[in-house]
Design a protein around this ligand. Structure first.
Ligand code: GDP
Length: 422
């Protein structure tokens, strides 16, 4: 049983900044340290795709499924490595064309981003653009890897000025935790081992930081939410509700409600692949049985504590994926977690200029553009604002004719006054 936590991160930087070299170095060094464990991880991640059982690797499975089903090539490579303390999933997004789409995909499940800059160039437009997208996607933790320090003679003053410039940007964007690290990717300086060539740097290495950074947030402190993935009914006497807890904790005997119906009951049993339990918490995949026969189906959400918002009118940010521009009034299939419904984009409120984050008026969104829209859904959706719960606050829009993923969305709020669910 491997109970090392998993940290998911995305790398970003422009072409030639050294991303491949840095990721390669992380993989290589961790492999040297922990050869056998890496093999175990690799075979584990292989089986995840076929059984769907290891939901730690849901990110990989999701990514691949999205690509296969929706017919749009998302150029994101997922890689795995591990150290004694943690397992890591890296979403590596190429810096060239389609960067917005790729970055949005890679970053949507990431806890942290490693932003690379070339020490000779410092913070450039591309760095700002990437950081804007990160902040929009709710990434609050960044490692700024100032690479190619060898090419500026390991100049600590230059590093300090790049750091200061990035910290100002991060502050404006609400990226609350930034660790700047001077590195030489091909030589491994400050990647796993502290560099002897930059004795003026006293902070952690990239690996040490990734191993120790606290990104867990407080998902387990939030109210309980279990989007129902499927209903297991092997025989007439058993009805189990399966899914992954997106937030909160639950115990046998706790009161829960089904949403959107609002029916109340209690938890009878909590089943996991490892056996029956009294408690479960966010991140775990479980099957619940309930004390009463209430109607719950795929796409419904079991909640405890405060009720989740339910609405058929939403305001959301969209990252446009499709080559065909967004047109208000068209119908799409909206998929949010395990739920899906027909939806119409009623209005594009504004477009966001990615380089400056300014709002500008626009009639359409082209591929890789980001906008703020209003949506009308065919039926009420149980959701959370993206900033509160990324899983329950993100969705994709599928074009019903081409079956392509037209956009990825992040819910800001309901456009209806809250109706009380008790
Ligand atoms: P990517 O396009 O961001 O993935 O960049 P690569 O990892 O392919 O690196 C681009 C080029 O820069 C390669 O020739 C690398 O060998 C070189 N490079 C990367 N990091 C460093 C570094 O820290 N110092 C030096 N001198 N060269 C580097």
């Amino acid at each position: 049983q491997d109970d090392r936590p998993t940290l998911r991160f995305v790398t970003c930087g422009s072409v030639d900044d050294g991303k491949s070299t840095l990721v390669g170095r992380l993989l290589y060094d961790s492999k040297t340290l922990l050869d056998d464990q890496l093999d175990a991880l690799a075979s584990e991640s292989k089986t995840a795709g076929t059984t769907g059982g290891d939901l730690d690797f849901a990110l990989l499975v999701d990514g691949l499924q999205a690509e296969r089903e929706q017919g749009i090539t998302i150029d994101v490579a997922y890689r795995f490595f591990a150290t004694k303390l943690r397992r890591f999933i890296v979403a590596d997004t190429p810096g060239h064309a389609q960067y917005t789409r790729n970055m949005a995909t890679g970053a949507s499940n990431a806890d942290l981003a490693v932003v690379l800059v070339d020490a000779r160039k410092g913070v450039i437009t591309q760095t700002r653009r990437h950081s804007h997208i990160l902040s929009l996607l709710g990434i609050r933790h960044v490692v700024l890897a100032v690479n190619k320090m060898d090419l500026i003679g390991f100049d600590g003053d230059r590093f300090a000025s790049i750091t200061a410039e990035y910290l100002t940007l991060a502050g404006q964007l609400g990226i609350s935790q930034v660790q700047c690290i001077p590195v030489v990717a091909p030589d491994g300086d400050n990647i796993v081992a502290a560099s002897t060539r930059m004795p003026w740097y006293e902070g952690p290495t990239v690996t040490a930081y990734l191993e120790s950074v606290d990104v867990a947030g407080d998902a387990s402190q939030q109210p309980f939410r279990l989007p129902v993935q499927w209903v297991s009914r092997p025989h007439a006497d058993f009805r189990g509700f399966c899914g992954r807890i997106t937030s909160g904790t639950i115990a046998v005997g706790d009161a829960v409600r089904a949403q959107p119906s609002g029916h109340h009951t209690r938890i009878a049993r909590i089943l996991t692949p490892a056996g029956e339990r009294n408690h479960a918490r966010s991140g775990e995949s479980i099957t619940l049985t309930l004390a009463d026969e209430i109607d719950v189906s795929r796409g419904d959400v079991l909640t405890a504590g405060s009720a989740a918002p339910v609405s058929d009118q939403l305001a959301a940010h969209l990252v446009w994926f499709d080559g065909e521009a967004m047109v208000a009034g068209r119908r799409y299939l909206l998929r949010c977690g395990t739920a899906s419904t027909g939806a119409v984009i009623t209005e594009l409120k504004h477009r966001i200029a990615i380089d400056t984050m300014a709002r500008e008026s626009a009639a359409t969104l082209d591929v890789n553009e980001i906008g703020y829209v209003h949506l009308d859904l065919d039926r009420p959706l149980v959701f959370e604002a993206y900033r509160d719960n990324r899983e329950m606050g993100s969705f994709i829009l599928i074009d019903p004719i081409s079956h392509r993923t037209a956009a990825a969305g992040m819910i800001d709020m309901s456009l209806r006054r809250a109706t009380n669910v008790h």
